[in-house]
Design a protein around this ligand. Structure first.
Ligand code: SF4
Length: 203
């Protein structure tokens, strides 16, 4: 089985699924099979919660680390496993800080509102905004919900902000300065933090 938990530049990451409703122009999955200490991040079979639990129990956590669910796919595509894993971590390690890196499409993927439940376990939600308009978003992400994905991301973000958890939206600098600034305004209007990532640096 591929790595479920791996480390990268001192951080600890969870890779619970390879599924994703997008095919982003800049997705790292199209370039390499693994990053950091991971050997392979492509699962032959979708990990179950029992697989994730086993990986957690054998990792040797101290209990106060920050861990990030991101993976080589969209974590909310494995929603039940995501929630069960976060719940298990919080019960086992109450001091652990959980961050979710997501494309913000969970409500569309799971066909129900999900922000509240996610935020009841995660301390920090980082959402990819990608672009300042629906048309540009669809062009960059090549998602399977054209025309409605962008609004779903904004709504999910708004719902996360309402829970008072830390929420951040991100774009990649390749979209150009003007669009970065427009995106910043959208994120700030929603009450989220904003970050522009460097495509070159890969973060
Ligand atoms: S949302 Fe993330 S995992 Fe999915 S295609 Fe885009 S960059 Fe890749």
């Amino acid at each position: 089985m591929a790595d479920i938990i791996y480390t990268f530049e001192g951080g600890i990451y969870f890779n619970i699924t390879n599924k994703c409703p997008c095919k982003c122009a800049f997705c790292i999955r199209d370039k390499v099979n693994a990053i950091g200490e991971a050997k392979n991040l492509f699962h032959d079979v979708q990990p179950t919660f029992e697989d994730v639990k086993q990986a957690i129990d054998s990792f040797g956590f101290k209990g106060n680390e920050t861990v990030v669910f991101c993976g080589y796919g969209e974590p909310t595509n494995a929603y039940d496993c995501l929630i069960k894993s976060a719940k298990y971590l919080k019960e086992k390690y109450p001091e652990m800080y959980l961050r979710l890196n997501t494309n913000g499409l969970s409500d569309l993927i799971n066909e129900k509102p999900t922000a509240e439940e996610i935020c009841s376990y995660f301390d920090y939600i980082s959402i990819s905004l990608n672009a300042p308009s629906s048309e540009e978003y669809d062009k960059i992400t090549r998602n399977i919900y054209p025309g409605k994905a962008y609004d779903a991301v904004l709504k999910f973000t708004e719902d996360c902000v309402k829970t008072k958890k830390r929420v951040r939206m991100s774009v990649v600098d390749v979209i150009g300065e003007e669009k970065v600034e427009k995106s910043r305004k959208i994120a700030e209007k929603l009450g989220a933090e904003f970050i522009c990532r460097s495509f070159e640096a890969g973060r």
